[in-house]
Design a protein around this ligand. Structure first.
Ligand SMILES: CC(C)(COP(=O)(O)OP(=O)(O)OC[C@H]1O[C@@H](n2cnc3c(N)ncnc32)[C@H](O)[C@@H]1OP(=O)(O)O)[C@@H](O)C(=O)NCCC(=O)NCCS
Length: 148
C-alpha cells in the first residue's frame, strides 16, 4: 500500500533521484545550489512544503511540492501545487492521485480556499488524472523571464 509522509533529511538520495527524474521529464536542469536550497526549505517546512509517496517497503516512489500565497480574491490563501512526479515503474496505480489528495487535505486544514496547478497542454497522461480530480479553468499561462 502507498503511504504519503513528510520528507526527512534521510530521504535526500531518494528525493534527488525523483527530483532529477522530474527535471529530466521537463528537459530541464537547475544548478546544484538550487536543488540544495529547495531541499533545505522543504525540510524547514517554511513556505515550501513537500511529501513523498512510499511503497510497502518505505521506498520513495513519488514526490509533491507545494506552497501557499496570499491572494486579492480571498482573505485567506491559495495553495499552489508546484511539482508532482511519480517514478515511471510506479505509475498508473493511483500514486499521483494520492499525492494530489495529500496536498488538498493539507491545504484544507491550513485554511486555503483552493489548490491549483499548471500543466503542459499536451501532457495527456497527467491531464487524464487532473480531469478526474480537478476542474480545468481554461486559463492560459504567460510569463516574463527576468533572470537565467
Ligand atoms: C502525472 C503523474 C504524476 C501521474 O502519476 P500516476 O501515479 O501515474 O497517477 P495515477 O495512477 O493516479 O493516474 C494516472 C493516470 O494516467 C493513466 N495512465 C494510462 N496509462 C498509463 C501509463 N502507462 N502509465 C501511467 N499512467 C497511465 C492512468 O490510468 C490514470 O488515468 P485515470 O486517472 O484517467 O485513470 C506521472 O505520470 C508522472 O510523474 N509523469 C511525469 C511528470 C509529470 O507529468 N508531472 C506532472 C506535471 S504537471
Amino acid at each position: 500500500m502507498t503511504t504519503i509522509s513528510p520528507i526527512t533529511a534521510d530521504d535526500r538520495p531518494a528525493w534527488d533521484a525523483l527530483w532529477q527524474g522530474y527535471l529530466t521529464f521537463y528537459e530541464s536542469d537547475v544548478p546544484a545550489e538550487v536543488s540544495e536550497s529547495t531541499f533545505q526549505r522543504i525540510l524547514a517546512d517554511d513556505h515550501i512544503h513537500g511529501a513523498l509517496a512510499r511503497d510497502e517497503q518505505g521506498h520513495p516512489i513519488g514526490l509533491v511540492h507545494w506552497l501557499t500565497h496570499p491572494a486579492t480574491w480571498t482573505t485567506k490563501v491559495y495553495c499552489y501545487l508546484e511539482d508532482l512526479f511519480v517514478a515511471p515503474e510506479a505509475r498508473g496505480q493511483g500514486v499521483g492521485e494520492s499525492l494530489i489528495g495529500h496536498v488538498r487535505d493539507w491545504a484544507r486544514v491550513f485554511g486555503a480556499t483552493k489548490v491549483y496547478w499548471l500543466t503542459a497542454d499536451d501532457n495527456a497522461t497527467a491531464r487524464s488524472l487532473y480531469d478526474r480530480v480537478a476542474t480545468s479553468t481554461g486559463f492560459v499561462h504567460y510569463e516574463i523571464e527576468l533572470q537565467p
